[in-house]
Design a protein around this ligand. Structure first.
Ligand code: ACO
Length: 332
């Protein structure tokens, strides 16, 4: 039993990615770019993208079902479903659709928006409900379909993103606590660096009263600023988590960073002196799947037999907001 409440174990993971694979060569037919430029600047070779008839609800449901199977739980065992996403099918919430598709009839379900930090923020949010004894079984899904919101004529951003979802099942227990610590931050003064913003025009309702009506505009990003921010803040937040949890970088078995760019991952692991064999990367295959990136990488590593029961995993997310955070946990 943990001193601050009920202990937490992550008992299952799952993931789902879209069927279409968009290669760097495909991209060079769409914008002026090359496989060489994309690979050398980002480490990406291809990404999975959804077609118009795919939905975030379907990707999230598949990932969630796989996580439940690994956990050995039925959907009706779930008390809560959190869907971390910035690209819901419905702005009123997509988690509820996932709840219904899973048949998780007892669970409350809601969306959480924290861009590429969404999975870490979601994990911390889920843990609060468990620690306080309110809920026992929580399904956390991180997923995004950023291809819907990319400007496909902007080579600086369209090469970076892919679609996908990953999930974990967290469970409260009285015997042990496997969630060792977390830290989260946001700095809204840097909000302009990365946006998927609403833009509306005035619509007059009466001679004196008007409203704004419009739509969300494609992603804009100051890549260099976000890069600088990530390589400065991510090592710092990880060191804070380690310090609070009374562990060192040598204790880490696996580092899973938000899969935004291989160069960012290399820089962060170099600064922390964590050998590259301990850094899990699938950015070459999936690009940046936003809230999906950490849980997809986690799930692949678990299913490949890399991450084993008891291994110490440190995960860190960062991105739009700007927001960033990290968490340390023992798997299984
Ligand atoms: N192909 C060819 N050339 C390109 C491309 C492209 N796809 N994109 C940009 N260029 C050009 C630019 O126009 C520029 O040309 P110029 O020097 O003639 O002006 C040159 O390449 C260099 O551009 P930079 O932006 O300086 O390239 P950089 O080395 O910084 O790499 C990148 C760009 C990959 C975007 C990098 O800055 C990066 O990864 N930033 C962080 C992004 C990130 O982590 N985002 C997380 C967001 S997650 C979320 O919350 C959604």
């Amino acid at each position: 039993m943990n001193s601050v409440g009920i202990g937490i174990t992550i008992i299952g993971s799952g993931s789902a990615t879209a069927n279409q694979i968009l290669t760097n060569d495909d991209l060079s037919e769409i914008v002026e770019t090359s496989d060489e430029w994309i690979q050398s600047r980002t480490g990406m070779r291809e990404r999975h993208i959804c077609s118009a008839d795919d939905s975030l609800a379907n990707l999230a449901t598949q990932a969630g079902m796989r996580a439940l199977e690994m956990a050995g739980l039925a959907p009706t065992d779930l008390d809560l479903i959190i869907l971390a996403t910035s690209t819901p099918d419905d702005l009123f919430g997509t988690a509820v659709k996932v709840q219904s598709q899973l048949g998780a009839t007892r669970a409350m379900a809601f969306d959480l928006t924290a861009a590429c930090s969404g999975f870490v923020v979601g994990l911390v949010t889920a843990s609060q409900f468990i620690r306080t004894g309110v809920y026992r079984n929580v399904l956390l899904i991180g997923g995004d379909i950023l291809s819907r919101w990319v400007d496909w004529s902007d080579r600086a951003t369209c090469v970076l993103f892919g679609d996908g979802a990953g999930a974990v099942v967290l469970q409260g227990n009285d015997e042990s606590d496997r969630l060792l610590g977390f830290e989260m931050y946001s700095d809204g003064s840097l909000n302009h660096c990365l946006n998927l913003a609403y833009q509306g025009e005035t619509k007059n309702l009466t001679t004196e009263k008007s409203v704004g009506q419009g739509n969300y505009q494609p992603i804009t990003m100051n890549g260099r600023e976000v890069y600088r921010f990530a390589v400065a803040k991510v090592p710092e937040v990880i060191e804070k988590v380690l310090f609070k949890a009374n562990i060192t970088t040598e204790d880490i078995d696996w580092l899973i960073l938000h899969q935004a760019n291989q160069r960012i991952m290399d820089s962060v692991s170099d600064r922390l002196k964590i050998p590259s064999e301990k850094v899990i990367s699938n950015v070459a295959k999936y690009g940046n799947t936003s809230a999906g990136s950490i849980p997809i990488a986690l799930d692949e590593a678990v299913r490949a037999g890399k991450i084993k029961t008891g291994d110490l995993v440190v995960a860190s997310g960062f991105g739009a907001g700007l927001t960033w955070g990290a968490t340390a946990f023992r798997w299984g």
